[in-house]
Design a protein around this ligand. Sequence first.
Ligand SMILES: Cc1cc2nc3c(=O)[nH]c(=O)nc-3n(C[C@H](O)[C@H](O)[C@H](O)COP(=O)(O)O)c2cc1C
Length: 218
Amino acid sequence: MDLKAFFKLSYGLYIISSVSGDLDCGCIANTLQQVTAEPPMLSIALHKDNRTTRAILESGKFCGAVLTEEADMNLIGAFGFQTSEKFDKFGGFSSERDENGVRYVTDCVAARYSCEVVDSVDLGTHIMFIGKVTAAETLCNDPVMTYDYYHRVVKGKTPAKAPSYKGEDVKADEPAPAKASAEKWQCAICGYIYEGELPEGYQCPICGVPASKFEKIG
Ligand SMILES: Cc1cc2nc3c(=O)[nH]c(=O)nc-3n(C[C@H](O)[C@H](O)[C@H](O)COP(=O)(O)O)c2cc1C
């Protein structure tokens, strides 16, 4: 199969959020799309291991927020490379709670859609949720982030849990193996650990942030 053929698909970039008891959950996804107009319905494909997926299964609700081009790796790294189980993703950003009690980010967000799940499909690694939109709102008219813009301009990466993940995306600029006694640095955005002296101009191979975002851990 020609895996490069999948690069021809185009997407936007979204934060999908939900709530699980007291825990506000959210993750980055590129797979949100409108599937019907009357009634307005959206679909979203989320990995079964995502904490947000479990929250949607429990609550039957989710909110989709459309990211603008202003969204940087602090926002995308927090929501796309960490888990809501261990990390308060909403802490550093402005947010609101929708009519269903689901929190959604308002920073660098052009619109939000609040949904109630009406169906779901087990896709093996992922679950596709079909959500009926119960409220929708435009937050700003700034240009929205496309998946192409994310790769080309933001120079962001795609983690393995995204349906659009291509193995080579991460392996392409993996650093050379380090010497055993080397120092250790950790990316504050996605948690990636680099062993050895950080090279000049180094960028995290997972989330793409510069060396200044790394903290020395050993
Ligand atoms: C650019 C990008 C696109 C992504 N697309 C998806 C997606 O469509 N579906 C999915 O399940 N995860 C996707 N992810 C991965 C999740 O955002 C990531 O696994 C997140 O850490 C899950 O957080 P949670 O455990 O708090 O739910 C994407 C991540 C990035 C950075």
